[in-house]
Ligand binder design. Structure first.
Ligand SMILES: Cc1cc2nc3c(=O)[nH]c(=O)nc-3n(C[C@H](O)[C@H](O)[C@H](O)COP(=O)(O)OP(=O)(O)OC[C@H]3O[C@@H](n4cnc5c(N)ncnc54)[C@H](O)[C@@H]3O)c2cc1C
Length: 607
């Protein structure tokens, strides 16, 4: 029976929950607070230059208390609504988007708990906690209910963008509602003909005599574009001004609210923006994916955010925040899938032990199932470390230390962001697929809830810039940034950590095993760096990103094993043994891969 499916606050006929839903199993979720605290400590110990978030960021008692409270919200309020969100996803009726029964109550619990204010500066009414801590909370919510947590992720992104690019008056008008959780935010980039190629978008913004703009156009696939959970929705919309240059340099960003408001945030009349359709889709059914019509009646009011024609730059503030958050969805679903798989594999009895005629045993004991479980454990832990490291670098880039230190932290964050997004979201899909495999036939049918995790996870490699686009961003922009200083510095620091003579023999072995793959990664990076912008680099980009992610994952596991238990060391050793040979082979094969793909007539298969 699904708790949280009460008709209380969602009203109407949707309150009638079908018999089928009641039969669905609610996968339990227990937030891994200790594991999260360890990951925060490990990534903080990387001593990022410019990191002065230690006052709040290293107060373990405070962080533990926060994570235990958010764990309760995730487990008791968000998780029980996950399966019902899948079967009773959002629907559009007479222009109104009705969300899953129970979501209203969960949203209220989130707002009343002031969870949206955690990472916000105290001057703006927030708690000023590091982004890395906020990410740990977000992980729990996404594990519990990815579809609903997406709403919170987008709202936080809107806060970041308006804080960075809004005028003082705009911040006063729009931030309090978003921070308090009375309002939510969205990001509106995609149009039918402009997906990855954002520069092709056609939505128009015409200056109005009162200093505002009139927005006209249609956006598709807008997550949480319309709903009734919050009093207002603040859409951040990319559009073109009349004098805009062609392409991505001619795009500006606008605040377009669902309800207009005065400077004190008092709500007025409805703006000329509406949801005209929502999509039927593979997963995250609880999240309405909306087609949004702006200005059908020529009176859609928008307010320029940041400078004209610099909208993509401003939107990137939100997108970079969101990209780490989407990578984190991979971590979150890997964790939830792991918990389900561990429970099931311990309980499912099937086949005697290999070579024995005795009683059947739990499948968790069969070597092949152990392989899958151990792989999931190592991957989930490594992905978490990667995402938190990325967040710690973002925190350090906002620190108060020397400008140069902030710059190197920013460079590290920029380098890590496409890897976190691309690698962690892909691995999240793999982890949910492994869980499904461990469940066998029971995983493929809907009643166990594992199939939902697999379907939900599949969007993360697609939205917020497909993983193909992340890989191009990595090889063409992030490696080239500041003459390549950031990857050189990263590899130098990794080498120094690995050479930092460990006293423990197992750790020394792990570190030694990491050196050759790290050198391969360095060589491949130099090869790509010399080919920035070329077809060869583009053809190698995705396998390179994956191999890069694998080497970083192995490095982070080895780093954590240094201060960890024997169990941690065994887990790291397993990941290194299972994953590094493939990553090294991929890296070594990159030039030949590109050659055979692009210049097929000259195919040479290297021995
Ligand atoms: C459920 C859902 C929620 C979403 N939420 C939002 C949202 O809130 N806001 C928003 O603005 N958008 C949203 N999107 C849109 C999403 O960001 C886009 O779908 C995504 O950016 C890809 O664009 P596209 O679908 O047009 O694919 P395309 O751009 O057509 O890409 C198709 C394939 O071609 C590849 N490709 C395209 N161009 C290149 C290139 N230059 N080089 C190499 N490969 C390339 C891509 O990697 C991909 O594999 C959402 C989408 C979905 C499905």
């Amino acid at each position: 029976v699904i708790p949280g499916a009460s008709p209380d606050d969602d009203g109407g006929d949707r309150a009638c929950i079908s018999k089928k839903t009641r039969l669905l199993m609610t996968l339990p979720y227990l937030a891994p607070v200790d594991e999260q605290l360890r990951a925060l400590a490990t990534t903080r110990a990387l001593h990022l230059p410019g990191d002065d978030s230690h006052d709040t960021g290293s107060d373990e008692g405070l962080i533990r208390a926060i994570l235990e409270q958010s764990a309760a919200l995730a487990a008791d309020v968000f998780a029980p609504l996950n399966a019902i969100g899948d079967t009773h996803g959002a629907i559009l009726e007479d222009g109104v988007v009705k969300t899953t029964p129970g979501f209203q109550r969960a949203f209220r619990a989130y707002s009343e708990g002031q969870w949206g204010a955690m990472g916000v500066a105290p001057a703006q009414g927030g708690l000023g906690l590091p982004f890395a801590v906020g990410l740990a909370v977000q992980e729990q919510l996404a594990s519990a209910n990815m579809a609903l947590s997406l709403c919170m992720l987008l709202s936080q992104g809107a806060v970041v963008a308006i804080s960075a690019h809004g005028t003082a008056a705009q911040q006063d008008q729009w931030l309090p509602g978003l921070i308090s959780g009375r309002w939510t935010g969205t990001m509106n980039l995609t149009e039918a003909h402009a997906g990855s190629d954002v520069g092709a978008l056609r939505t128009r913004a015409t200056p109005h005599h009162d200093g505002t703009h009139r927005i006209k156009g249609q956006k598709i696939f807008i997550s949480w574009g319309e709903h009734e959970l919050a009093e207002n929705i603040v859409h951040l919309v990319l559009a073109r001004l009349p004098d805009a240059p062609r392409g991505s340099r001619g795009i500006s960003l606008f605040i377009v609210p669902k309800y207009l408001s005065d400077e004190n945030g008092e709500l007025g009349e409805r703006n000329d923006v509406q949801c005209v359709a929502i999509e039927r889709k593979l997963g995250i059914h609880g999240s309405p994916t909306c087609t949004m019509a702006f200005g059908d009646n020529d009176r859609c009011v928008g307010y320029l955010l940041g400078e004209p024609h610099r909208g993509l730059h401003a939107m990137f503030t939100m997108m970079n925040h969101a990209r780490v958050g989407i990578g984190l969805q991979g971590v979150a679903l890997a964790e939830r899938a792991l918990q389900a798989a561990e429970t099931y594999a311990a309980a499912r009895i099937q086949s005697p032990r290999l070579g024995s005629r005795g009683d059947p045993i739990a499948i968790a004991e069969h070597p092949d199932v152990r392989r899958m479980l151990e792989g999931m454990r190592a991957t989930t832990r490594a992905l978490r470390l990667l995402a938190y490291w990325n967040a710690a670098a973002i925190d350090a880039s906002h620190g108060r230390r020397e400008t140069q230190d902030r710059g190197s932290a920013q460079g590290l964050a920029d380098l890590l962001t496409p890897i976190t997004k691309g690698f962690a979201s892909d691995m999240g899909v793999e982890a949910t697929s492994l869980a499904l495999q461990i469940f066998g036939g029971a995983g493929y049918i809907e009643e166990t809830g594992v199939a939902q995790l697999y379907r939900d996870a599949r969007i993360a490699p697609i939205y917020e810039g497909t993983n193909g686009i992340q890989a191009l961003d990595l090889v063409n922009r992030k490696l080239a940034q500041d003459g390549g200083i950031h990857w050189r510095r990263m590899f130098a620091e990794m080498t120094a950590h690995l050479l930092d003579s460990p006293t423990d023999a197992t750790v020394a072995t792990l570190n030694a095993a990491l050196m050759p793959p790290l050198r391969s990664l360095e060589r491949s990076t130099a090869w790509l760096f010399q080919r920035t912008g070329s077809a060869e680099a583009a053809a190698a980009a995705t396998p390179y990103l994956r191999a890069f992610g694998t080497v970083l994952a192995a490095y982070l596991l080895a780093l954590q094993a240094k201060t960890g238990s024997r169990r941690d060391q065994r887990l790291a050793a397993f990941y290194l043994a299972a994953e590094l040979p493939g990553a090294t082979a991929t890296l070594e094969s990159l030039p030949n891969r590109s050659q055979t793909l692009l210049f097929a007539e000259d195919v040479s298969i290297e021995a």
